[in-house]
Design a protein around this ligand. Sequence first.
Ligand SMILES: NC(=O)c1ccc[n+]([C@@H]2O[C@H](COP(=O)([O-])OP(=O)(O)OC[C@H]3O[C@@H](n4cnc5c(N)ncnc54)[C@H](OP(=O)(O)O)[C@@H]3O)[C@@H](O)[C@H]2O)c1
Length: 273
Amino acid sequence: MKTDSPILLVGCGKMGGALLRGWLRQGLDRTDIHVVEPAAEAAEAVGGELGVAVTASLDQAPADFTADTVVFAVKPQGMDGIVPHYRAMAERGAVCLSIAAGKPIAFFQAHLGNDAAIVRAMPNTPAAVSRGITAACASETVTTAQRSVCQRLLEAVGETVWLENETLIDPVTAVSGSGPAYVFLLIETMAQAGIEQGLPPDVAERLARATVAGSGELARQSQDTADTLRRNVTSPGGTTAAALEVLMSEDGLGALMSRAVEAATRRSRELAG
Ligand SMILES: NC(=O)c1ccc[n+]([C@@H]2O[C@H](COP(=O)([O-])OP(=O)(O)OC[C@H]3O[C@@H](n4cnc5c(N)ncnc54)[C@H](OP(=O)(O)O)[C@@H]3O)[C@@H](O)[C@H]2O)c1
């Protein structure tokens, strides 16, 4: 994948590292990338194992280095002190792609200029195995070409969906951003329930993990809706029907999930201020 434009990745932790590895897997030219990463261990992996130029700060980058795309993958709480350093690049026309939870487009415009081109994105952790999904929205100043570069960078780790309305980032965060944790909890609770019914812990964990992973893969490959896939394993009066009667009761999984996603949406709005 050739983007024909230099990329600056700011922060190469879990999510930044997943993106960088995805770009390299897709064949992005490593000489097009510069990483700013102060953490010694993460920087060593970038410079050594991945063979990508890395410095601990922007000041240490080659004086003539300039980026067409700046990707911010640092923790939201660190952003206030970091983003202003990149104002000159934004003023030179770079598009700034942020994956920071709770940091709205207006935050970046306040630090980088009102005309800065900003893409705000929310990926999720299956990006680490190229099975992420990212929702993104762009400021009005982002050009079609910049949008397409950002899309290619995000698609290196999974699917991308564009949102026209930035407020939808909050429910997106609650469904797909935080969602992997709900699925891992499902594995934990299924395994625990199996143990309570007499299964040895290692067997219960293996059964639950493989069932969730396999069902996820089946859902991904199938053209059927989740509702149809569920009905396909439910014979009338059978074991699955007995379980679903509990899970689909008035105070069952549906009600619980509504409350959980509502709480996460609310928290996402609070964090955005
Ligand atoms: N993980 C998720 O599920 C997820 C999902 C969606 C979005 N996100 C977003 O992705 C972003 C990164 O999260 P993460 O989980 O990848 O965090 P992380 O593993 O802590 O990675 C952040 C990296 O940025 C480095 N850093 C700190 N200050 C820096 C600076 N001045 N310049 C450049 N790099 C700097 C950190 O180094 P130090 O360790 O030395 O501080 C760390 O290596 C967050 O904004 C988060 O909201 C994460």
